[in-house]
Design a binder for this molecule. Structure first.
Ligand SMILES: [Zn+2]
Length: 512
C-alpha cells in the first residue's frame, strides 16, 4: 500500500522533472560548442541532448562489435567454436527464458502455454532431457495420454532421464489397469533407484497382489540393503511375506516344506499372530506339541489374541475341560489383566462348569469394556448359575447393541477384515492390519436402547415365541448366532463340534 503510493509519487516527480528539464532546455540560450582543429560545431540545447543519447547507443554498438571482433580473433587463432559460441550465448539466453516461462506455466496449470514454451526452448537449447520433461508433464496435465507416453519414451533414451521415463509409463499402465506391464516397469525403475521409496512401494504392492511372495521378499531385502527401509520394519515385512509363502506351499500340498517355511516365518517375527498359529500347527503335525505351546505362549506374551488361544486349544483336542484349564496356565499367566486373558479364563471356566470362577475371571469387564463377547459370556454365566430367562435375555439384549470389540483393522483406510491378510482388501496397502477396535465399526441399532425394555421386560404376559425370536426378524438385528456364541468360543469346546457346552442353552432359551 505504502509502496504503491511511493511509486505513484515517484512517477509524478519524474514526469514533472522531465517536463521542467525539457522546458529549460528549450528556453536556454546558447548551446554546446565543439571545436576540432579549425572547425567549430555549434549545437543547440535540444540537439545536444539527442546527440548524447546517440552517443550512448553508439558506444553500446561498439562494445558488441568489439566482442564479436574478439571472437573472430579467437576463431582465426584456431578456436573453431568461438564465433558460434558468441551467437549461441544469445540463443542460450532466449532458450532459458523460454524454459523458465514453460516451468512457470506448468506450475500455474497452463498446460498449453507450457508445451509451446517447451517447444521454443528446445529450438534454442537442444536439451531434450529438460524440454521433453516439461512437455510430458504438461501433456499429462492436459489429459493427452498419447503425447505424454511418446515424451516418456523419448526420455528413456537418455541415461539421466531413463528413470523418469520408466516411472511415467509405469504410472500410465497402472492407471490403465495393465498391472503386468506396470510390474515389469516397476522392477526396472526399482533396479535403477532402489532408494526411491515410491517405486519400491508400488513394486511391493504389485508383487503382493499377484502373490509373488518370493519376489516381494527380494524387494524388501534390497530396500533394507539400500537403507530405504529401517531394519526392524524390513524384518517384520519379510516375516509377513514368508508367512504368505508358507501358506501357499501348504495350499500346494507340500506339507513338509510348508511346515519348515511356517516355522521360519515365525522365527523372523515371533509376535506376528497368524504366523505363530501356523508354526504351532506345523509343530503339532511334526509331533512336537511342546514347541507348539511355547510358540503360542510367546506370541501371547507379545499380544494376547483369540486366534492364539484357539490354536493352543487345538494342540490337545481330546482333553477334558479341567485338563484344558490346567494346560492353559502356560498362556493365562501372561497379561492376567488383559481383557483377552480374562475372557479366555472365563470361557475355559464356563466349559468346566465353574461359573463363580468364570464370573471372577471376567471381574468388572461388563462395566469397563462391555463388548459383545463379554456380555454373551455374562449371559452364559447367569444361565449356568440358574438365573431366570429374563436375566439371561437382559445380557443378550445388551450384547446386541454392544461394541464388537477389537478386529483386524487397516491402519490406512480403516476397513475391517474378518481374517488377517498381508494386503488390505480395501486399499491394497501392505502389512497395515492391526488388532484394534474399529473407529466407526460399532454396530448400533436404530433406537437401539429403546428396544431393551421390550426384550428385558418380557414377562409371563408376553407369549414365549414373541420374546427374543420375533423381534429379530423385524428390527434388523444381526442373526442370533452372532451374539449367542462368542466369536472364538471354539477353544472352550472340548468336543470339537463347534458349539461350546453352554451355547445350546443360550442360543434358544425360548424353545424350552
Ligand atoms: Zn486399507
Amino acid at each position: 500500500m505504502l509502496w504503491s503510493l511511493l511509486k505513484i509519487i515517484l512517477f509524478v516527480v519524474i514526469i514533472a522533472a522531465a517536463a521542467l528539464g525539457a522546458g529549460m532546455i528549450m528556453e536556454t540560450e546558447g548551446g554546446v560548442r565543439i571545436a576540432i582543429g579549425a572547425t567549430e560545431y555549434n549545437l543547440g540545447p535540444l540537439q545536444a541532448v539527442i546527440g548524447l543519447v546517440a552517443l550512448v547507443v553508439a558506444v553500446w554498438l561498439l562494445m558488441k562489435l568489439v566482442s564479436l571482433l574478439v571472437a573472430l580473433v579467437h576463431f582465426l587463432n584456431g578456436d573453431e567454436t568461438a564465433i558460434s559460441r558468441y551467437f549461441d550465448r544469445n540463443r542460450e539466453r532466449k532458450g532459458f527464458e523460454a524454459l523458465a516461462d514453460g516451468l512457470m506455466a506448468l506450475a500455474s496449470g497452463e498446460e498449453r502455454v507450457a508445451m509451446a514454451k517447451a517447444a521454443r526452448a528446445e529450438k534454442f537449447l537442444h536439451r531434450p532431457e529438460l524440454t521433453n520433461l516439461i512437455t510430458a508433464q504438461a501433456a499429462e496435465m492436459a489429459g493427452d495420454r498419447k503425447k505424454a507416453e511418446a515424451m516418456y519414451k523419448r526420455l528413456l533414451a537418455d541415461e539421466r532421464t531413463r528413470f523418469v521415463g520408466i516411472r511415467g509409463i509405469m504410472k500410465q499402465k497402472l492407471e490403465a489397469g495393465d498391472t503386468e506391464t506396470a510390474m515389469k516397469l516397476a522392477e526396472k525403475a526399482f533396479a535403477l533407484k532402489p532408494r526411491h521409496a515410491e517405486t519400491g512401494d508400488v513394486l511391493l504392492a504389485l508383487q503382493a497382489t499377484q502373490n509373488d511372495w518370493a519376489g516381494a521378499r527380494q524387494t524388501i531385502g534390497t530396500k533394507v540393503k539400500a537403507g530405504a527401509l529401517p531394519k526392524d520394519v524390513g524384518k517384520r515385512r519379510d516375516a509377513v511375506l514368508a508367512l504368505q509363502e508358507a501358506k501357499e506351499i501348504f495350499a500346494e500340498g507340500n506339507s513338509i516344506r510348508a511346515r519348515e517355511a511356517a516355522i521360519e516365518a515365525n522365527k523372523l517375527s515371533p509376535d506376528l499372530i497368524p504366523s505363530a498359529v501356523l508354526a504351532a500347527k506345523s509343530y503339532t503335525e511334526q509331533g512336537n506339541p511342546r514347541y507348539a505351546q511355547r510358540v503360542l505362549s510367546k506370541a501371547w506374551q507379545a499380544h494376547p489374541h483369540p486366534d492364539l488361544a484357539a490354536a493352543f486349544a487345538a494342540i490337545e483336542p481330546d482333553e477334558t475341560p479341567a485338563e484344558r484349564l490346567k494346560r492353559f496356565r502356560q498362556v493365562t499367566r501372561h497379561h492376567p489383566d488383559d481383557p483377552e486373558t480374562r475372557m479366555l479364563l472365563a470361557e475355559l471356566n464356563i466349559a468346566a462348569e465353574d461359573f463363580p470362577a468364570a464370573r471372577a475371571a471376567l471381574g468388572d469387564l461388563a462395566e469397563t469394556d462391555p463388548t459383545q463377547r463379554v456380555l454373551t459370556l455374562m449371559a452364559a454365566i447367569e444361565r449356568g448359575e440358574g438365573a431366570s430367562d429374563d436375566a439371561v435375555r437382559g445380557w443378550l439384549a445388551r450384547a446386541v447393541t454392544a461394541s464388537r470389540g477389537p478386529q483386524w483393522v487397516c491402519d490406512k483406510c480403516g476397513q475391517v477384515h474378518s481374517d488377517w491378510s498381508p494386503v488390505c482388501l480395501g486399499c491394497d496397502a501392505f502389512d497395515t492390519l492391526s488388532w484394534k477396535v474399529p473407529v466407526e465399526g460399532e454396530v448400533k441399532m436404530p433406537g437401539g436402547a429403546g428396544m431393551l425394555p421390550l426384550l428385558v421386560g418380557a414377562g409371563p404376559a408376553v407369549p414365549a415365541e414373541a420374546a427374543p425370536a420375533s423381534p429379530v426378524k423385524g428390527t434388523e438385528m444381526p442373526p442370533e448366532e452372532s451374539f449367542a456364541r462368542p466369536p472364538h468360543a471354539d477353544y472352550a469346546d472340548p468336543e470339537g463340534d463347534g458349539v461350546a457346552e453352554y451355547a445350546p442353552e443360550v442360543e434358544a432359551p425360548h424353545e424350552k
